[in-house]
Design a protein around this ligand. Sequence first.
Ligand SMILES: [Zn+2]
Length: 486
Amino acid sequence: MKYRIAYAGFALESVSSSPFIIDQDLFEKNALHGTELLEKQKGTNTVAGGVIEQLEEESMQCIPIFESNAGALGPASDNAVRYAEHEIITGLQAAGHLDGIVLFLHGACWAPSYPDVEKYIIDAVHHAFPDTPIVVALDYHGNVNADTFTHAKAAVAYHHSPHTDMGETGKRAVKILSRILRTGQIPGFALAHPNIVIPSIMSATALEPLASIIASARNLEKTGDCDISVMAGFAYADSPNTGMTVMCVDWDGQHAAHDKADQLTKALHAERKAISTAQPVMSVEQMLQTLTPFAPKSRPTVVLEHADRLNDSTHGMHALRGKPVGRVAVPFLFDPHTAKQAVTAGSGAEIQVALGGHSSHHAGTPLTATAKVIWSGEKSYAVSGRMMHGAQVNLGATALLEIDNLRISVVSVFAFAIDGDPFYIFNERPEDYDVILLRSKTHYRDFYVPRAEQILIIDTPDLGPANVKQLIYKQLNTSTAYPWHQ
Ligand SMILES: [Zn+2]
């Protein structure tokens, strides 16, 4: 008889201070259940895609239950957490006999009444299925501690940011669960914390000295029998466990797991300052000085408005509009109202817009202007980039607008602009532009680092600043964490 393994996922990266609350309806809209989940995620570079593929490899039966991924936005409502719990638990209860459960959880979901959303979901599943082993797959930006996994046998997180290994992470979770079921052995599982809080912009895994420490984790895996996750954490979700974590799942036992997690934690702590300042961040004025006087280049300059967390900040657009910097592309600005307005007006129309800046007062004032509608309508596509390759994205009402030297694609859902898709879907190319204004932190790197003339990271007065000391924490004890405690 084949082992029957259930898969369920619930993911949101929450900026806890954002007033933009993600309620149940968005999770309902993004939800995949049962065979639809299997059909849509099979063959994609997502955790679900990797789980499905590895279960096939292991001749195990995949029982797809539920998945809803809301991306990176504000807090979840309490209702949204209860909705996910209900969908997962009732789905599992209706699934018949189960030998194991793989859960995909972000790790940095934040909701008002749930101090650790991921722990809450894991515990709920465990209480409903106390004898069924649970293994968890997480985002590299998750905030976790040992308490999170009281009722899980093991957890793994993405190795890379950009997260080009989502599918591989799903496979790693299945391999651990499979070994538990086939051998009856439970691996050692240890977590350790270097007490470092880093901004997302410094969490790219190609940046030194983080890259070398992560490489040493891969070497420990080669010489041992273990799976190690070095996690950046997520500075903008305020919880008692906010910050970096090292997790080690070790078949040589608990001591071996602790030793490796401690060793890597010490290496991170020793390099805390260098990790936190691994690349230069500039002001908007410095960016404009770098770009002017304008000299055409064969490749575009990427300007990263990294502190924007909701894809609707206007600081960069205001700064670049009307300046002699060439043609500027602003991909996937999140503004459902303006997108709908442009769809109603139709292609070729001129409309008065108050564009962006609606998610919070930190996002800047809306860009008020007369915009020409280059294209408008509904858009959906399959991701062509490596991260989430093959996954379906539905942008809803979408518009391509022109305001002076800016060409802005306006979308109705939060969508990552990290590869060529924001251009390809309009039959354009990134190299058609002189400047591309992105809001990515690390995920743009896979596509844009090889294609960009230069990358200018600007720090704007927004919810995700490079200096985390500007943030107000109520849950995290900053007195023991770097950069507050040196
Ligand atoms: Zn992440």
